[in-house]
Design a protein around this ligand. Structure first.
Ligand code: ACM
Length: 504
């Protein structure tokens, strides 16, 4: 099981539960039993049209019960004889219990499928368990995003952060500024095709996420990473700042540098900025934030704030305050990348997202500690899923301190990244898939699986001090045991040589 539950016990004298295609689901009317039947059917290879029949006696019972867990996402699962009982105080808890059940299914040779007799009590360590998808460098449509939601939710992640805008494209229609998607969404990095979400598309993603107990966090990255804004509305953009560092990046990448107002298909970062101080830019930010907030039922809007190397520091501070205030005025809590922490004067409750290495440098830890709303940890050398696994990986980058093996991705603890940050102020963990080199759904699978499982376990499971199973040796065997499920679901995971190969 991944993430490994908080407590797992045998049932003394218990019997494995046999599941046949007609098993009975007994659940509250609000629970999506069709989803659970399909999830189990997908693993077992059963026809999805099969209905419950009384003589296939095993029952999966899902029950809302306040006392089942002290945690709103917690659950209790007990399998023995002809019953699997899942109890939880909330629908989310039932969903996570059901996800655990799907992972417990094993073929019983000659005998259908079985779930071992087991008694589990489970709840997450951290409230925020996220996955970020960059749909700006390469655009991915609703179907791909929804499939990724299903895959992330199966590992008990509860947040999908969409990086909706960057130098290469603007991916969400904004009524007040239609040229953003009419003009600045047609391409992706490397000259690949672009695209964008209509309001209906975005609502569809949010609704699908909600059905899988995931909250969507939209990110509008500003004031850097905004070259696309100037492609659509030249009067809003500052001229690209082509520093020596940028020229060196472009030479190393063998890519053209951006020209003002022209679409950008390279990957150099840090040249773009908005025309800060211009009242039209302030109006633009207010309009965009207000529309995005109105479309988003979740409590957060992410304003970016990273790598604004082309922005004067005092302009940067004024801009970030203004953007964060626009989010607060729209009734949402701002999230910003950690650089924004040091500007001061952000609205109460603003949350930081740390993306430095596991060992912060140059005051990054001060910046991360400065957010009174706490910090989401995305250490780039652990959870950036676009990093190569090893020197031979087909896709991906290496700038975050070299390739990130699965073991390296697993080997860290959120309590020790930011010195002096109380664990209560760590909101959780978010893995991130940046997509400069990721262009297709198959590319996503290859870079996300299996490494996303490391972030899922680090975010959910008790720390290694508490759980004997929270070790690499245990993890590499347990992730191998998930591969048949991923295979059944059509996930084209990377068959890492680090993962134990088991016969099954
Ligand atoms: C980032 O990787 N620039 C957040």
């Amino acid at each position: 099981m991944i993430p490994y539950p908080a407590r797992v016990d045998d049932v003394p004298g218990g019997l494995a539960v046999r599941l046949a295609p007609g098993f009975v689901i007994d659940a509250p009317a609000t629970f999506d039993t069709a989803w659970l039947r399909a999830a189990i059917g997908a693993r077992a290879g059963w026809d999805s049209g099969i209905r419950s029949v009384a003589h296939d006696a095993a029952t999966v019972s899902l029950r809302l019960a306040e006392e089942a867990s002290e945690h709103p996402e917690g659950y209790r699962l007990r399998a023995d004889g002809d019953r699997i009982d899942i109890a939880a105080p909330t629908e989310a808890g039932l969903f996570y219990g059901a996800q655990t059940l799907v992972q417990l299914l094993r073929p019983a040779p000659g005998d259908g499928w079985r779930v071992p007799a087991i008694d589990i009590e489970d709840a997450p360590r951290f409230a925020h368990r996220g996955l970020m998808l960059d749909v700006a460098r390469h655009f991915f449509g609703v179907e791909t995003v929804c499939a990724l939601i299903d895959r992330a939710a199966a590992l008990k992640l509860n947040t999908l952060h969409l990086h909706l805008t960057d130098d290469q494209g603007w991916r969400l229609h904004i009524d007040a500024w239609p040229r953003l998607t009419e003009v600045a969404a047609s391409g992706s990095a490397n000259g690949d095709p672009g695209g964008f979400f209509t309001r209906e598309d975005y609502r569809g993603i949010v609704a699908h996420a909600a059905a899988r107990h995931m909250t969507v966090v939209p990110e509008i990255d500003m004031p850097g990473h905004t070259h696309a804004v100037g492609v659509a509305y030249p009067h809003l953009a500052a001229a690209p700042v082509l520093t020596d560092d940028l020229r060196a990046q472009a030479t190393e990448l063998d890519q053209e540098l951006p020209a003002a107002g022209e679409p950008y298909a390279g990957w150099a970062v840090g040249f773009s900025s908005l025309r800060i101080g211009d009242p039209r830019v302030e109006g633009f930010v207010r309009d965009v934030v207000a529309e995005v907030a109105a479309l988003t039922p979740g409590p957060y809007v992410h304003i970016g704030g990273d790598e604004a190397h082309g922005t004067d520091p005092s302009d940067y501070a004024a801009f970030v305050r203004h953007a964060a205030e626009a989010v607060a005025a729209a009734g949402k809590t701002p999230i910003a990348w950690h650089e924004a922490g040091l500007v001061g004067g952000l609205p109460a409750g603003t949350v930081g997202q740390y993306w430095g290495l596991r060992s912060p440098v140059d005051g990054q830890d001060d910046a991360a500690r400065a957010f009174d709303g706490g910090v989401i940890l995305s250490p780039a050398d652990a959870v950036y899923l676009d990093m190569k696994y090893d020197g031979g990986t087909r896709l991906g980058l290496t700038w975050a301190d070299g390739p990130t093996s699965v073991e390296r991705a697993y080997d860290w603890d959120p309590a020790t990244v930011i010195d002096g940050l109380d664990e209560a102020r760590v909101r959780g963990v978010e893995a991130a898939l940046w997509t400069e080199t990721i262009a297709t759904p198959a590319d996503i699978d290859e870079m996300v699986f299996p490494r996303i499982a490391t972030a899922a376990e680090i975010a959910w499971s008790p720390s290694s001090a508490l759980a004997a199973e929270r070790t690499w040796e245990s993890f590499r065997v347990r992730v191998a045991a998930l591969e048949p499920l991923w295979h059944a679901l059509g996930i084209g995971f990377f068959a890492s040589p680090e993962i134990a190969r088991v016969t099954r």
